[in-house]
Write a protein that binds this ligand. Structure first.
Ligand SMILES: [Zn+2]
Ligand SMILES: [Zn+2]
Length: 130
């Protein structure tokens, strides 16, 4: 499967493209996602790190992920749109925020992660996974 995915930020300074990695698309309710997005959760779609390209203007904020490893949040320094998330723990992929895709309808969340961290006002967004 090599679905081509393109997207970018609101002001169009930062653009990216890559191919879909066959790993679940998910909704993340962790505290990092809450703070970075200003909402209850993030919507993440995995792309293959091989062949992934993004404008040099993109800035990467480094933080410590839940696993203790370095995690990077990519964003546009001009308009502030959140674009990517990747960590040294899973170096074969980079996640993009679903709504940054040129065609966000290609995102189909399969599960929730860190559902235990969901805010009470966002519990209705938790996807039950089997
Ligand atoms: Zn921008
Ligand atoms: Zn998260």
């Amino acid at each position: 499967m090599s679905e081509r995915m393109t997207g970018g930020c609101k002001c169009r300074l930062v653009r990216y493209e890559g191919t879909r990695l066959s790993a679940p698309m998910f909704r993340c309710h962790c505290r990092d996602c809450q703070q970075l997005t200003g909402t209850g959760h993030s919507e993440m779609l995995p792309l293959d790190i091989a062949g992934f390209s993004i404008s040099a203007d993109c800035k990467f904020y480094e933080m410590q992920g839940g696993s203790g490893q370095a995690t990077f949040s990519g964003f546009c320094p001009n308009c502030g749109s959140q674009l990517t998330r990747n960590s040294s723990r899973m170096s074969d992929r980079i996640y993009v925020h679903a709504a940054s895709l040129d065609d966000p309808s290609r995102y189909h969340p399969e599960k929730s992660i860190y559902a235990g961290s969901a805010q009470s006002w966002d519990k209705s967004a938790i996807l039950e996974s089997e």
